[in-house]
Each structure stands twice: as structure tokens, then as C-alpha cells.
Design a protein around this ligand. Structure first.
Ligand code: FES
Ligand code: FE2
Length: 397
């Protein structure tokens, strides 16, 4: 068995924790991963976890999670890059509510309820850039901050207090390249207290300067926690992603670190084996991938080219969840060729979720809903999955 301290070439010597992105964290993580890869093992928790199937299917448990996590807690509305410029907007369905996420002329992001204050019609759909959101029903129009700015036949509304007829705004705050918000209109959104030390970890990547390449929305017939589980282990890679992403990853091998309720998984890429075995130079950008779980609704998968932002939310039904996948490149393209490269990276990443994870999540959703086996078993090799349940249980109980 190789001496792993010697085979990763001086990781600590040429990197600093203060450096951005993977460079700053790569050295220490690389040493741990080299040890795990060499011993053909992974970070292991103390014991196998048994999650009662009731946690995936009981309407009462589901309502508790909605009440305590989603209707009152801090959530992620998406990356800042989703609405990078004034006028940009994106519509996102969360808990069967339609949210209109915008950026106003002053550069401030807003999370608005996407319902017209005239007679309730959904106003915007999809994504784009506009100075005016015009309702399809009677064409009332609103600026990106949600202020009512136009009423056809305005005399019909003489005497109405227009200050009361802007789009309903939810509390939000932008930090570390993401927009944080609450579905509770009375809440104060404080990313620093929500994230704790995880904020500094996010900050090191400079996500605020990333560029949105693509957005994909999916719905799965599976509880939201089951969907989130699939993004917190690489155990399934050889079986679900053979022929695609599994070819680039040393599967079922991760480091595990926690930041309050949130966590980080370090994943070795197959190129890392070449480094360990002395065939290649160490370059953390191309040897390691870093995954993050930000409790309760956000998952990030960092790769050499950018990051996959995966937002997972429940619906009002226990056995149905929504996923928004946003692929962000580290920088905006400066020409068509760079744009094509960005799209060439984003498309397979999105397709792996849609075509490969999607079907197994549907299968898992059936058994979690209908199975008679009492509980699901989360292995010692699935620390991220165990931590999701630990953190949710700690909030609920
Ligand atoms: S419902 Fe929107 S303008 Fe009437
Ligand atoms: Fe997967």
C-alpha cells in the first residue's frame, strides 16, 4: 500500500486555505482522499441509520416539515446569476406557490409572489429580461420591484390606493452569490445566522461572479428528502450513471465535513488515481469535486468548469418533489465558441439527472410510499444522506 502522504505532491506547500475555490481547500481534502482511495474505502459513520418510511409518506410528518422548514425557515431562491442584470427574472414554483424572482434597476433582487393584485392571475412565466411584467388578463403592469406602474382604463380604479397594489414581496437577502428568502412574510432573512461558518465556505468560490448557462425544472414522484438523498452520495454512480458521469468519478468514496446544519462531501475524480500512482501532476481543479448540502433545500456540485446548483423542494403532497437544476460556468463567455463549450458541459449534467436519476427516483418513490419494510437503510458510507435526516429530525423534534 502506498504512502499517501508522499504521493500527493506537496499539496500543502503550493496551496493556501485563503485561496479561492478548490485551491484553498484542495490540499487538506486531497490528503484525506488519497488515504481513502489508497485503502479503497470511504468516510464511514459509526452505524447504519434506519429512517422510518413514515418520514417519507406520513401526511402529518410532511406537514411538520412544511411548517417548520419550508413555511418558516430560510430557503434559497436560487443563484444570483439566475437574475444577473437589472430586469432579469425567473419564475420558480415552490410548495405550489409561483414565485417571481427579479432584479430591479438599482440591482436589488426581489422574491415576489407571481400573482396579479387585480384578480389574481399568474403574471410571468419562464425566464427573461423585461422592464415591465404585464398580466395576461387585463394587462396591469408591474416593474421588476413589484410596483404597479400601469392600469389600462385607469379611471375605473380612481380612488384605489395604489400603494397597496404592488406584487406581494417576501423577505429576502442576497449573500455569497445566492438569494435567500422566507415564505413567511413576517420573517427576517439573515443569511449569516442561517449559514454560520458555511457562509465563508460558499464565499471562497466566488459564485456571485459565475454565469448562468442553463436551467431545467423537473418533478419526481418521490418525497423531497428521497430526491435530496440522490445528490448526497456517489454510491449509486456505477449503477445509475455508468457510461456517463460515473466514468469520471471514483464512486462511493468521499470525505465528509459539517458546517452547522450544512455539509461538504469531497469526491475524487478518476484523474486523482493517476496522481496518487505518480502518473500525473496534482491539480485540484481537475482531480477533485466538492459537493455541498445547504439545509434544507440546496445542493451544489462543483466541477472543473463550474457548478451545478440543485434546488429541491417539496410539493403539498408527501410523495412528490420538485427540482431546479441550474448550471453555472465560472465566467461568462466572451465569444460563441466559449458559449458552446459552456453548453457542452451543462447539457450532459442536466441530462444525467433527467434521464438517469429521474427513473430511479420514481422507482424509489414507489417503495418509500408503499413498501412494507418499515424503514429505509442509510449506510455508514452515506454520511451526507444520514446528515440530511439528522438535521431535519433535529429541527422537527
Ligand atoms: S388579473 Fe391581472 S390585470 Fe386583471
Ligand atoms: Fe445521480
Amino acid at each position: 500500500m502506498a504512502d499517501t502522504a508522499a504521493v500527493v505532491p506537496n499539496p500543502a506547500a503550493d496551496t493556501s486555505p485563503d485561496e479561492p475555490g478548490i485551491i484553498g481547500i484542495g490540499a487538506e481534502m486531497a490528503e484525506r482522499l488519497a488515504d481513502l482511495v489508497t485503502r479503497n474505502t470511504t468516510y464511514l459513520t459509526d452505524s447504519v441509520m434506519q429512517v422510518p418510511l413514515e418520514h417519507y409518506r406520513s401526511p402529518e410528518r410532511h406537514q411538520e416539515e412544511l411548517d417548520q422548514l419550508f413555511l418558516t425557515g430560510t430557503l434559497c431562491a436560487g443563484p444570483s446569476a439566475a437574475v444577473a442584470n437589472p430586469g432579469d427574472f425567473t419564475v420558480h414554483e415552490v410548495l405550489d406557490k409561483s414565485l417571481l424572482i427579479t432584479r430591479d434597476d438599482a440591482g436589488v433582487a426581489h422574491v415576489l409572489l407571481n400573482y396579479c393584485t387585480h384578480r389574481g392571475a399568474i403574471i410571468a412565466e419562464g425566464e427573461g429580461c423585461t422592464k415591465r411584467h404585464t398580466c395576461p388578463y387585463h394587462a396591469w403592469s408591474f416593474d421588476p420591484g413589484g410596483t404597479l406602474v400601469g392600469i389600462p382604463g385607469a379611471e375605473g380604479f380612481d380612488g384605489m390606493d395604489r400603494s397597496m397594489t404592488g406584487l406581494f414581496e417576501l423577505p429576502s437577502a442576497e449573500a455569497h452569490g445566492f438569494i435567500w428568502y422566507s415564505l413567511d412574510p413576517t420573517a427576517t432573512v439573515d443569511p449569516a445566522s442561517h449559514l454560520g461558518p458555511f457562509g465563508a465556505e460558499l464565499e471562497r468560490w466566488g459564485y456571485a461572479d459565475f454565469w448562468k448557462v442553463s436551467v431545467m425544472d423537473l418533478e419526481f414522484p418521490a418525497n423531497w428528502k428521497a430526491t435530496m438523498e440522490a445528490f448526497n452520495e456517489t454510491y449509486h454512480f456505477p449503477f445509475v450513471h455508468q457510461g456517463t458521469i460515473a466514468g469520471g468519478v471514483i464512486s462511493n468514496t468521499t470525505t465528509f465535513d459539517t458546517y452547522g446544519r450544512h455539509h461538504r462531501l469531497g469526491v475524487p475524480l478518476v484523474t486523482f488515481k493517476d496522481v496518487i500512482e505518480g502518473r500525473a501532476e496534482y491539480d485540484p481543479n481537475f482531480n477533485l469535486s466538492v459537493l455541498y448540502f445547504c439545509c434544507p433545500d440546496l445542493m451544489l456540485a462543483n466541477g472543473p468548469f463550474g457548478v451545478e446548483v440543485v434546488q429541491i423542494t417539496p410539493t403539498l403532497e408527501p410523495n412528490r418533489s420538485r427540482l431546479r437544476h441550474t448550471f453555472m460556468a465560472k465566467a461568462a463567455p466572451t465569444n460563441d465558441a466559449e458559449r458552446e463549450v459552456a453548453e457542452a458541459f451543462s447539457s450532459p449534467a442536466a441530462e444525467a439527472i433527467r434521464v438517469e436519476d429521474g427513473p430511479v427516483l420514481s422507482l424509489a418513490g414507489r417503495g418509500l410510499q408503499e413498501g412494507g419494510h418499515g424503514f429505509s437503510s442509510i449506510g455508514r458510507n452515506e454520511p451526507g444522506v444520514q446528515n440530511i435526516h439528522n438535521q431535519i429530525d433535529a429541527i422537527i423534534n
